[in-house]
Design a protein around this ligand. Structure first.
Ligand code: CMP
Length: 125
């Protein structure tokens, strides 16, 4: 859950979506991301025009990294989150319900097993 979610008191509302759908929370914390962590997390976007804005946003206030487990968890979480741009996101997805913009889209989800392992190591060691 990204800074715009925590700033607007949406932690509980978003967790309900995951838990109601049978996903298990196995790790979770509230923390402020350092620039180093944000740059590692978004390393795949290094050099893109929006990269500096993305890092500034991710580090501006606390966020909630979490690990969700369950059958086919990556696809299920991505479906619950919706599309990157909240404006295009299907009804009742987390980004359609709560996302503010392409930059401030409330949640992030790993897009593969490999990226989930990489991102888990960044956020939880
Ligand atoms: P996320 O799923 O966390 O992964 C990369 C993030 O970059 C994405 O969500 C968006 O918030 C952001 N992003 C992607 N494309 C753009 C863009 N064109 N302009 C600004 N931010 C973007």
């Amino acid at each position: 859950m990204k800074p715009d979610a925590v700033e607007r008191n949406l932690i509980g509302s978003i967790l309900v979506e995951y838990e109601r759908n049978g996903l298990k929370i196995s790790e979770m914390k509230l923390m402020k991301a350092s620039t180093t962590i944000a740059e590692q997390h978004y390393a795949g976007h290094t050099g893109k025009p929006f990269f500096d804005r993305l890092v500034a946003y991710l580090t501006r206030s606390p966020l909630v990294p979490l690990v969700l487990e369950g059958e086919n968890a990556i696809n299920r979480v991505r479906t619950l989150n919706g599309t990157t741009d909240p404006e295009d996101s299907p009804d009742n997805t987390i980004r359609a319900l709560y996302g503010l913009s392409l930059s401030e889209n409330t949640v992030h989800a790993s897009d593969s097993t490999e990226s989930s392992e990489r991102e888990r190591a960044i956020w939880f060691g």
